[in-house]
Design a protein around this ligand. Structure first.
Ligand SMILES: [Zn+2]
Length: 159
């Protein structure tokens, strides 16, 4: 298994961090779990807004969750396990299987955000595939994607 450094993450940012000292937006590895056969599950935090300061609205969180779901299925079909909103409304939990390279994960995220800018609808925003299908807003998702892309250079800066 590759080490945290070899994967491109800063070792002192792995694990749980004091939420008062992090600097959103950022992407960081939270944990890596190796199975008995050498497969590895990676848990990654996509922190969008500053904890205890700024929060995503429930509609932003929900539409973004759908876009991230569609996007990781598109860009990492063999590695994607799940993405879920943080209950504190400041970001998302991403789980990947056998893909923990920082540069790859930054690039998946960048591709997904660019796709949002050009999207004509929120994916899966229909009564068959969503549990609150009217709770979506494409324009809010686009504004958020634009803001995150403008701050791309700070994604690696966790602290
Ligand atoms: Zn939904």
């Amino acid at each position: 298994m590759k080490s945290v450094e070899e994967l491109g993450w800063e070792p002192h940012t792995v694990g749980e961090l004091d939420h008062r000292i992090v600097k959103a937006p950022y992407i960081k590895l939270r944990s890596l779990t190796e199975g008995p056969n050498g497969d590895v599950v990676y848990a990654i935090d996509l922190r969008v807004t500053q904890p205890n300061t700024n929060y995503l609205s429930t509609v932003e969180l929900h539409s973004f969750e759908h876009f991230l779901l569609a996007g990781f299925r598109k860009y990492a079909p063999k590695n994607f396990i799940s993405v879920a909103p943080m209950g504190c409304q400041t970001g998302f939990y991403l789980t990947l299987f056998n893909e923990g390279e920082a540069v790859r994960i930054y690039s998946f995220y960048e591709n997904i955000l660019n796709d949002i800018l050009h999207a004509s609808e929120v994916p899966y925003a229909n009564i068959r595939e969503c549990g609150h299908f009217e709770n979506h807003n494409l324009e809010l998702a686009k504004n958020l994607a634009k803001k995150l892309l403008e701050n791309k250079s700070s994604w690696r800066q966790v602290l």
